[in-house]
Design a binder for this molecule. Structure first.
Ligand SMILES: Cc1cc2nc3c(=O)[nH]c(=O)nc-3n(C[C@H](O)[C@H](O)[C@H](O)COP(=O)(O)OP(=O)(O)OC[C@H]3O[C@@H](n4cnc5c(N)ncnc54)[C@H](O)[C@@H]3O)c2cc1C
Length: 397
C-alpha cells in the first residue's frame, strides 16, 4: 500500500525546508524529499545571505509588497526556528550601503535608482562620501557618495540551514534525503510522487520546490525556470573574531571593459563573503579561476584592504530564475494538487518566510495573514512573465 501524507514537498533547499516546516507546525502530515545527501546543499548553500529589500532591481517592482511582508515576519520566523532548535542564527542589522566610486555612477544612482528606492516601502538615506566612510572606514577613497538601505539584514545561509534542518528534525515532518523524485502527478482525489526507485507516495498536495530543476517535474515550468550561475568566496581578514564590517556593502563599478558587482557580506565569526557573478542559463555549478579573479578585482576596488585578506572557500551555485525574477507560487493543475514554489532568483533566502506563509495559505485556506491574496496574485503561475513590463533587468545577483 502506498503511504499517504497531507503534503509532499520535493526539494529541501531553503524554500522547500521552510515550506515543510511551516506546514508541519500547522499540523499537516508532511514528507520532504531531497536528492542530495542533506538538505540545503544546492543554491541555498551558495547564497551571500543578504535579506534584501532594495539592493536587487527585482525588489523594486511589484515584488516589493511581497518582500515587505517577508522582512516584517523574518525576525519572528527566525525566533521560532531558534526556539525550536536552540540554534542561534546571527543577524547583522543596520542595512546595506550601496556606494558609487565615480560621478557617473552617482548620477545613475540619483536618476535610475533613487526614484525607485523612494517609491519602495522601505527606508533609504543618501550618504556623502564622508558619511559612507564614517559608517565603513575601509571603503575606498574613490567613493564619491552612496545610499544606506537601512532595513536590509544579513545572515549566514549555512547557519540558517542548520536551524531549518534542526527544526525539521524536531517536527513531525518526515525527511528523506538522497531520494530523487522522478515524477509528480495529480488526480481528482490525490497527488502522487514517484521516486526514482519506482515507489509511489500519495499526498493531498505536492509542493515542487526543486530550485532550478523544478521544470523537469512540472512541464508547465519547463520553459520558464532557468539557472543563473553565481560565484562567491569567503575572505578571512586577520585578527577578527566578529563582524569585520558594520554593514553589507554593494557597488556597481566599471572595471576595465567589464561591469563589476562587488558585494561584501560580513559574517559573525570574522569572515567576509565576497561576490558575486551573474551568468544566465549556465548549468554547471563549478567555481572558476575567472570568477575568482573578477570578484577579487572588483572587491579590491571597492575596499582595497580586502586584496590582502586570505581566501577560504570558493563556491558557485545556480539561482532558480523566472523571466521576470518574481517567484512562481501557486497551483499548476486543474485539480489544485500540484503546487509550485520556485523561481526566487537571487532572493530565495530573503523570501523563504513569506513563501512558506503563502504556500500554507493555499494549502490550508487563508492563514489570516493580511493581504495574502495580493501577494499570491503577484506570484501567480499564470501571469504573462513579461519582464520588461514588470521589472527592469536585475543588477546584482
Ligand atoms: C552566488 C549566489 C548568491 C546569492 N545571494 C543571495 C542573497 O544574498 N540573498 C538571497 O535572498 N538570495 C540569494 N541567492 C539566491 C538563493 O540562494 C536562492 O534563491 C535560493 O537558495 C533558492 O532556494 P531553493 O530552495 O528554491 O533552491 P535550492 O537551494 O537549489 O534547492 C532545491 C533543492 O531541490 C532538490 N531537488 C531538485 N530536483 C529534485 C528531485 N527531482 N528530487 C528531489 N530533490 C530535488 C535539490 O537537491 C536542492 O536541494 C544567491 C544565490 C547565489 C547562487
Amino acid at each position: 500500500m502506498p503511504e499517504i501524507f497531507d503534503v509532499a514537498v520535493v526539494g529541501g533547499g531553503v524554500i522547500g525546508s521552510a515550506v515543510a516546516y511551516d506546514l508541519s507546525a500547522a499540523g499537516q502530515s508532511v514528507i520532504l524529499f531531497d536528492a542530495a545527501e542533506d538538505l540545503g546543499l544546492a543554491a541555498s548553500d551558495a547564497a551571500m545571505g543578504g535579506i534584501l529589500t532594495q539592493t536587487e532591481m527585482a525588489c523594486l517592482g511589484p515584488l516589493s509588497t511581497v518582500i515587505r511582508r517577508s522582512r516584517d515576519i523574518y525576525e519572528p520566523w527566525l525566533d521560532r526556528l531558534q526556539h525550536a532548535t536552540g540554534q542561534e542564527v546571527h543577524v547583522l542589522e543596520g542595512g546595506d550601503i550601496q556606494v558609487a566610486l565615480d560621478r557617473q555612477e552617482m548620477d545613475r544612482l540619483h536618476t535610475e535608482m533613487a526614484p525607485k528606492w523612494l517609491q519602495a516601502p522601505f527606508e533609504v538615506r543618501e550618504l556623502t562620501a564622508a558619511e559612507a566612510r564614517e559608517l565603513e572606514p575601509l571603503l575606498s577613497d574613490q567613493v564619491v557618495g552612496g545610499f544606506l538601505l537601512r532595513e536590509e539584514l544579513a545572515l549566514d545561509p549555512r547557519e540558517l540551514m542548520v536551524a531549518l534542518r534542526g527544526a525539521l528534525a524536531r517536527s513531525t515532518a518526515e525527511v528523506r534525503v538522497a531520494t530523487r523524485v522522478a515524477h509528480v502527478r495529480s488526480g481528482p482525489g490525490h497527488a502522487e510522487v514517484e521516486l526514482s526507485d519506482g515507489s509511489v507516495i500519495e499526498a493531498g498536495t505536492v509542493v515542487v520546490a526543486a530550485g532550478h530543476q523544478s521544470g523537469r517535474l512540472l512541464p508547465a515550468l519547463a520553459d520558464l525556470i532557468f539557472p543563473i550561475k553565481g560565484e562567491a568566496f569567503d575572505l578571512r581578514p586577520p585578527g577578527y573574531t566578529t563582524y569585520p564590517l558594520n554593514h553589507h556593502v554593494f557597488a556597481e563599478i566599471t572595471y576595465g571593459d567589464e561591469r563589476g558587482y562587488p558585494y561584501l557580506v560580513p559574517r559573525h565569526d570574522g569572515r567576509v563573503a565576497a561576490g558575486v557573478t551573474y551568468e544566465e542559463h549556465v548549468h554547471d555549478d563549478a567555481p572558476t579561476p575567472k570568477g575568482r579573479d573578477s570578484i577579487r578585482a572588483w572587491t579590491s576596488t571597492l575596499m582595497p584592504a580586502t586584496a590582502d585578506w586570505p581566501l577560504e572557500r570558493h563556491w558557485a551555485g545556480l539561482r532558480p530564475a523566472s523571466p521576470d525574477h518574481i517567484p512562481v507560487i501557486g497551483y499548476l493543475d486543474e485539480h489544485r494538487r500540484l503546487l509550485a514554489a520556485t523561481g526566487h532568483s537571487g532572493l530565495g533566502v530573503t523570501l523563504a518566510p513569506v513563501t512558506a506563509e503563502m504556500v500554507a495559505g493555499l494549502v490550508l485556506g487563508s492563514t489570516g495573514a493580511e493581504r495574502l491574496e495580493e501577494r499570491l496574485y503577484i506570484c501567480r503561475p499564470g501571469r504573462t512573465f513579461n519582464s520588461a513590463e514588470l521589472t527592469p533587468a536585475p543588477t546584482v545577483r
